[in-house]
Write a protein of this length. Sequence first.
Length: 270
Amino acid sequence: MTEHDFLALAPQYTTTSELLSSSARRRGMDVEVLPAHKDVGTAVPRRGGHYFGGPAFAARVVDALDVALLEPSDDWLATLPYAYTGRRIAMATLGEARSLSRPAFVKLPSAKTFPAAVYSSGRGLPTGPELSADVPVQISDVVTWAAEFRLYILDGEVRTGSQYATFGRLDAERLDGHRHEEHVLEFADDLLAACGGGLPSAVVVDVGLLATPEHGTAGRWAVVEANMAWFSNCYAADPDRVLDVVLRSAGPRTRTAERDRRFCRGSTPG
C-alpha cells in the first residue's frame, strides 16, 4: 500500500462493499462512495485507486480512476478438460443457441443482459434489441450442484473461500473448518496447477460438488465458473483476505503486471 491508495465504491450498497470498506479503513485506506449522477467521472476524487462494484458503473469511472479491471476470458470455462467441468460446455452465438432442441443451461459469459438459467429449448431464450444473433453465449449440460463454493484466488493460491449454496439455495458458510474444506482445496490446487495460467492473477473461481444419479450427493468436484473479484459477493469468506484479491483485481493501471494485461477489461492499460 501507498499513502495514495484508496478504495472507490459504486453507489449501490451491498453487504460485501460494507465489509470491504471496513477492512480497507482498518488498513488506513481512504474509502470513497462515488455518486450516482451521470457526470460521475468528474467527481472521482483522484486517480490511481482501486474499485469495487458493478461493470456498468465501472465503465463510467474506470478511465477517470485510471484503474485496470481484471476478468477471466469468456471462453476459459469452455476450454477446461472434462475432468474439471464434469459436463459439456461450449461457446456459441445466441443465434446458434436459439436452435437448441434440448434443455440446456445458457448464460452470457460476463454480462447480465438476460438471466443465466436452464432453458427447455432455444426457443425460450429472451429476445430484445440488445440481444443480436452474434452475441456470444455459453451453453452447458444441465447438472445439479449439491454444494457450491466461492474461492478467492491470488497468484495461483486460494486466499479464502465460502460455501454459498446447497442444491441451488443460498447457504453461506465459511470454508475454514467446513466438512468439505480439504476436498475443495485439493480440487482447487489441482485445477490451478493445470489450468491456472489461463486466469488473471486475482480472480474468483466457483467450484462445486455435482450430485449425480449414481452417487447421490457424493458426486464429483467440478468448476462452476470464474468471475471478476471486483464484482463478487464474498458471502462468508474472510473480508480481509477478500480485499487482498479485490485490490489486485481492480487497481492502478500503472501497477498492472505484464501477465495480466491480456485480462484487462476495456482499454489496455498503459
